[in-house]
Design a binder for this molecule. Structure first.
Ligand code: 13P
Length: 250
């Protein structure tokens, strides 16, 4: 039995006041973390404030990190900084990082390895662009992304990774993958993990769907056998909507 998970990716949104008002609004209403993992991935500048005020059933994650511990990397945040701030998760390889900031699979692999070695749980994003989808190469694109991003990750460490399937054409567009398409690709991810690791690991790893998920479509997506939760942008910005999404996991 895989525990469901709902992850908010706030992206570059919310001031400190707005972020604190959000978590005060949801802290007491969240279901127990024994039954669902609820995570907010916030801008780096807000992490410390959120960690200090997170309720028992909330966890905090970062949206990105550099793979080096320290150094001349202006503007970057290191895994040591995240770990010592008691951040538990970090999104790695989001398509906005890939497309807007030029991150490659090899670069993402270094981040995955570094996050794991610093006790952080990477939420590794994979997904195809519209062009790739139209060319009918979605499954091979995703397999290739996984193979490179997970290079050198041991069968012990893979247990601390969450994979998010985010079709790039569905992000922030209002277009959602149909539940059957999303399910197929999440199953494809699980099959790839079985090939790269083993059947037990494939069965245990959590695979999330992301891309215009909202309360109106979440139940159907989350009822698919290979979709274990959501990674949500727009619909995670409002506390009522996010809380509804968390409850759709139950
Ligand atoms: P939207 O939910 O706004 O489509 O964003 C999805 C996403 O990119 C989450 O990481």
């Amino acid at each position: 039995m895989r525990k469901p998970m709902m992850v908010a990716n706030w992206k570059m949104n919310k001031t400190r006041d707005e972020a604190l008002a959000f978590i005060y609004a949801i802290n007491e209403s969240l279901p127990s973390c024994d039954v669902v993992d609820t995570v907010i991935c916030a801008p780096a500048i807000l992490l410390r404030d959120l960690v200090k005020r997170q309720g028992d059933n909330l966890r905090i994650g970062a949206q990105n990190m550099h793979y080096e511990e320290f150094g001349a990397y202006t503007g970057e945040i290191s895994p040591v900084m995240l770990h010592t701030t008691s951040v538990e998760y970090v999104i790695v390889g989001h398509s906005e990082r890939r497309s807007l900031f030029g991150e490659t699979d090899e670069f993402i692999n270094k981040k995955v390895i570094s996050a794991l070695s610093h006790g952080l749980k990477p939420i590794l994003c994979v997904g195809e662009t519209l062009d790739q989808r139209e060319l009918g190469i979605t499954s091979s694109v995703i397999r290739n992304q996984l193979e490179i991003a997970l290079k050198g990750v041991s069968s012990d460490d893979i247990k601390n990774i969450i994979i998010a399937y985010e079709p790039v054409w569905a992000i922030g567009t209002g277009k959602t993958a149909s539940p059957s398409d999303a399910e197929n690709e999440c199953k494809n991810i699980r099959d790839a993990i079985k090939e790269l690791y083993n059947a037990v690991t494939a069965d245990e790893i959590r695979v999330l769907y992301g891309g215009s998920m909202k309360p109106a479509n979440a139940k159907e997506l989350l009822s698919c056998p290979n979709i274990d939760g959501g990674l949500v942008g727009g619909a995670s910005l409002d506390p009522t909507s996010f809380l509804e999404l968390v409850k759709c996991c139950l």
